[in-house]
Ligand binder design. Structure first.
Ligand code: HEM
Length: 247
């Protein structure tokens, strides 16, 4: 079959290398953190010993550092990265966004999908929400890492808080009351409590959004046919007519 000019597919570079690496490192670390996190969450029912818990938490925290550094770099990349990796192409605000949103929903109604090189308007809302929840998870996790197993960045501060005296600081170990001031320890645990609750609730919210995110990507792929999924490997999307956000 011969194709006319209008139907010829044109390739556009969209996702830069940093964004693609971020995405897949994020997928792998979030999967690993969720798996270990679920075991920690159910450690009582699973009959896991204190030593086992310390080991699980230590691994969770090490993978958490990779996750948090990768995320931190992505947040910075939003200011300095490629055109479609920037905050201006992510945050669901501004005049252009409003125009694109109208065109997008018009397209949904008429069945004539508008093409987007970057995120479509629903994609922008989803990516913004995901980045917010991931950041909340990273921040609460980094605090928790100090309160329980005394790991960086705040482990030393929490040790100082709970130690009986400066001399017993080095004796303070996870799941042990040697060298620990009982009242100070209780205060520290009270401080920690909301971080743990938020880390847990946010985990469930995040899991829910991840399911929606994958459903949205599949939906957009089937409707828009721009190779959205392979673009997260190759960086390139394909279009048969000019994308709406081509500038
Ligand atoms: C998307 C990323 C993450 C997910 C999905 C996740 C998930 C979870 C889950 C489900 C739990 C069990 C909750 C509970 O016991 O109440 C947990 C606990 C924990 N997380 Fe994460 N986490 C993430 C990132 C991080 C990061 C970046 C750190 C720190 C570097 C971290 C440190 C911790 C610690 C220390 C605990 C143990 C809390 C406790 O003592 O119960 N997490 N995480």
């Amino acid at each position: 079959m011969e194709m006319n000019q209008q139907n010829a597919l044109q390739e556009y570079p969209v996702w830069d290398r940093t964004t693609r690496w971020f995405h897949w490192i994020n997928v792998l670390t979030v999967l690993a953190l969720s798996a270990i996190g679920l075991v920690i969450l159910n450690s009582k029912a699973l009959g896991i010993t204190d030593d086992g818990k310390v080991l699980l938490k230590t691994w969770h925290v090490y993978i958490g550092y990779v996750f948090a550094l990768n995320l931190g770099w992505r947040l910075i990349w939003g200011f300095i990265g490629g055109r479609y990796s920037r905050w201006s192409a992510i945050l669901p605000v501004g005049k252009k966004f409003k125009h694109q949103r109208q065109a997008f929903f018009q397209g949904l109604k008429t069945g004539n999908a508008a093409g987007f090189k970057g995120h479509n308007p629903l994609g922008r809302m989803m990516v913004t929400a995901l980045l917010v929840l991931l950041t909340v998870q990273a921040v609460t996790g980094l605090v928790l890492a100090g309160t329980d197993i005394y790991k960086p960045p705040f482990g030393q501060q929490f040790k100082t808080w709970v130690a009986e005296s400066p001399e017993t600081m080095d004796l303070v170990k996870p799941y042990s009351d040697v060298g620990v001031d009982k009242a100070a320890y209780k205060e520290m645990r009270d401080f920690r409590s909301p971080f743990k609750d938020i880390h847990e609730i946010n985990f469930f919210l995040l899991s829910f959004l991840i399911v929606l995110h994958i459903a949205g990507v599949v939906f957009a792929e089937v409707r828009e046919r721009n190779g959205l999924i392979s673009a997260m490997f190759s960086g390139r999307k394909v279009f048969s007519s000019r994308p709406l956000d081509d500038e």
